[in-house]
Design a protein around this ligand. Structure first.
Ligand code: ATP
Length: 314
């Protein structure tokens, strides 16, 4: 399905006029049912056949032949990714394989050198650090990107209640624990009701018990809001627990696209879970597996970090 073409920035790629390398389908265009003609896409992108075609096919995200070159090296070279509303994919891969780069391109924070990227206009990113503004109270942090500031306070309160920390609305960010701060970041990401939620190792800095709670929270929020989700993680178990599909990025492209056909909530002792974990670790070049705990691909990309949820407390 690769449609990779070499093209300079701010040029027409495969007929999709791009301002920043990302063609943006508007919310209506990206819905599955009752598809109307795309209207007013962001970034000055015209109503192209490609944007319309992706939406008509039911894709919220359509990235084809994505290429990104840094210092003469193609970090991404022919990445294809299509997502429908409610799809949840986890993106695994050794360190430096371009996971964050792909996420940044989907989020409009970076530009593909070639290929076609269609994403919905309303999208949010959660990073490993909560990135809260210290001088703003929690509720104001939540509604920073709100489009209707008048109802902001109520919407912030609702969003904070949804992530379980309504009582902290008036707090300053510095008074929050790491888990609470990341809940605020999640509330901020969801308050705009994004069609695409991009998560870049959002739980990596949290202790193991908080991480488990955040997994449950994220699963519940995604079931309710049904955005398309791309989760970058080094934690193979996290990927299997949460995602409907696990992708492995290797050699600049998606080397494995594996459906997770296990009922939710998923149990790490389930034989299907264990089998999939072994498959993914093998794909990642990791020979060792760990029973019971989470198996994380270390930053070097070649060795797992053994974790035990009951003892891995910071
Ligand atoms: N702005 C940039 N300029 C130059 N090189 C870059 C830039 N951004 C990323 N790179 C390089 O691209 C490669 C991929 O980086 P990226 O952060 O996307 O990898 P990753 O898979 O997310 O890694 P990790 O798992 O360690 O977070 C790395 O070699 C990185 O140094």
């Amino acid at each position: 399905m690769s449609a990779s073409v070499d093209a300079p920035e701010n040029a027409t790629v495969d007929g999709v006029s791009t301002v920043d390398g990302v063609a943006t389908a508007d919310r209506a265009a990206a819905t599955l049912d009752g598809f109307p003609a795309p209207a007013e896409p962001a970034h000055g992108v015209g109503n192209t056949d490609e944007v319309r075609g992706a939406a008509e096919a039911g894709y919220v995200v359509e990235a084809l032949g994505v290429r990104r070159v840094f210092n003469g090296r193609a970090v991404l070279d022919g990445v294809d990714l299509r997502l429908r509303k409610g799809n949840f994919v986890a993106l695994l891969g050794p360190s430096g394989t371009g996971k964050t780069t792909l996420l940044r391109i989907l989020g409009g924070l970076d530009t593909a050198d070639a290929g076609r990227v269609i994403v919905p206009r309303v999208r949010s990113t959660v990073f490993q650090e909560p990135r809260l503004i210290p001088a703003q109270r929690v509720w104001r942090n939540v509604v920073l990107g709100a489009r209707r500031p008048r109802a902001a306070r109520r919407r912030a309160t609702d969003a904070l209640a949804e992530v379980g920390i309504a009582g902290h609305a008036n707090a300053w960010p510095r008074t929050l624990s790491g888990g609470e701060a990341q809940r605020v970041a999640l509330a901020r990401a969801l308050v705009t009701e994004p069609d695409l939620l991009l998560l870049d190792e959002p739980f990596a800095a949290l202790d193991a018990l908080t991480r488990i709670r955040m997994h449950d929270l994220l699963a519940a929020l995604c079931a309710r809001h049904e955005p398309a989700v791309v989760l970058v993680t080094h934690d193979v178990d996290e990927a299997i627990l949460l995602a409907d599909r696990v992708l492995v990025l290797s050699g600049g492209a998606i080397a494995l696209d594996q459906a997770v056909d296990i009922d939710k909530p998923r149990n790490r002792d389930d034989p299907r879970f264990l089998a999939l974990r072994a498959t993914l670790l093998e794909q990642l070049g990791v020979a060792r597996t760990v029973g019971g705990g989470s198996t994380e691909v270390a930053a070097s990309g070649h060795h797992p970090v053994d974790r035990n949820p009951t003892t891995d407390l910071h």
